[in-house]
Design a protein around this ligand. Structure first.
Ligand SMILES: C[S@@+](CC[C@H](N)C(=O)[O-])C[C@H]1O[C@@H](n2cnc3c(N)ncnc32)[C@H](O)[C@@H]1O
Length: 276
């Protein structure tokens, strides 16, 4: 384990502090992240466990969905590292209600940003981003797994946000489907946040798809993996990060693990590869 503060934020604490504060202002501007209707019609409750829908009132280490975390979060880490890249081209795998996604979109207004999640875009997030238009729908439905253990038919779609600067898109699709990644072909991401399905297979598949569809910017690239709980997730992370080291001609010092908070839940290990 390393310290994000010591390794990154301390390089420019004033800049980090400004980004941190702006993230808190963005979070404070949203009263309610999701409606009961959206949860009821969701496949995975947008990844939000029921107990975290109540404020946690700073009890223990747990952040509720409506809470504003005071410790450094993955969003603070992403905006700080993102600010070191020349032109941000960002992919988030697993957007949930958009608590992290909104911070990225508001901090990088001229960036190219793509969110991928099996859920439909959270209407609260869509409204906060200024609305959007569905510009593509898959010709057919395909089966996707749900939280209840069932499979249901889903038709993938791509929504383009009507933002004036930059480009924000939301791909509502299954991360295990080849079609999903083919849709992204032609893009070159320099910052990827892996926060969708938390299994070793999912981590390996994501990297294989990123490579197969040539979605990685070979000049500069950062990837952050959330929720590295347990040996299997951690060894999948190390395998993926080592492949990236090989690709970028980097040594093990390009790989780090930090204990950090996400946008909700407990603090947990996260992993990072940085080619810079
Ligand atoms: C932990 S949440 C993401 C949290 C978000 N990145 C944040 O920081 O606020 C995980 C997300 O993965 C999504 N997910 C689950 N299965 C998926 C799949 N097969 N393909 C794409 N997304 C999936 C869930 O819908 C959920 O929204």
């Amino acid at each position: 384990m390393k310290s994000f503060w010591a390794q990154w934020a301390s390089r420019d604490p004033i800049k980090f502090g400004e980004l941190y504060l702006t993230n808190r202002q963005i979070l404070g501007s949203v009263d309610r992240w999701i409606t009961a209707d959206s949860v009821a019609s969701s496949l995975w409750r947008y990844g939000v466990p029921e107990e975290l829908t109540l404020p946690q009132k700073c009890q223990g280490d747990r952040t509720g969905l409506s809470d504003i975390e005071r410790e450094i979060t993955c969003s603070d880490a992403l905006v700080f590292v993102g600010s070191l890249l020349s032109n941000l081209r960002y992919l988030e795998i697993g957007v949930s209600v958009g608590k992290n996604f909104l911070q990225i979109c508001n901090q990088f207004r001229s960036a190219e940003i793509v969110g991928l999640d099996v859920e439909e875009i959270n209407p609260v997030l869509l409204e906060r981003l200024g609305g959007g238009d569905v510009i593509w729908r898959a010709p057919a439905e395909s089966d996707v797994a749900t939280l209840s253990g069932q499979t249901v038919p889903k038709r993938a779609s791509l929504t383009q946000i009507r933002s004036t600067e930059g480009s924000i898109s939301y791909l509502s699709a299954d991360q295990f489907s080849e079609e999903t990644w083919r849709r992204l072909a032609g893009r070159k991401f320099n910052l990827v946040f892996s926060d969708g399905v938390h299994s070793a297979d999912a981590l390996q598949a994501e990297l294989q798809f990123l490579l197969k569809y040539d979605l990685i910017d070979r000049r500069e690239f950062v990837m952050l993996w959330d929720d590295l709980l347990g040996r299997q997730m951690q060894s999948a992370f190390v395998d993926c990060a080592k492949s990236l080291c090989q690709m970028f001609g980097k040594g093990d010092d390009a790989i780090s693990m930090f204990r950090m908070h996400g946008t909700y839940g407990l603090s947990r290990p996260m992993g990072m590869f940085v080619s810079l």
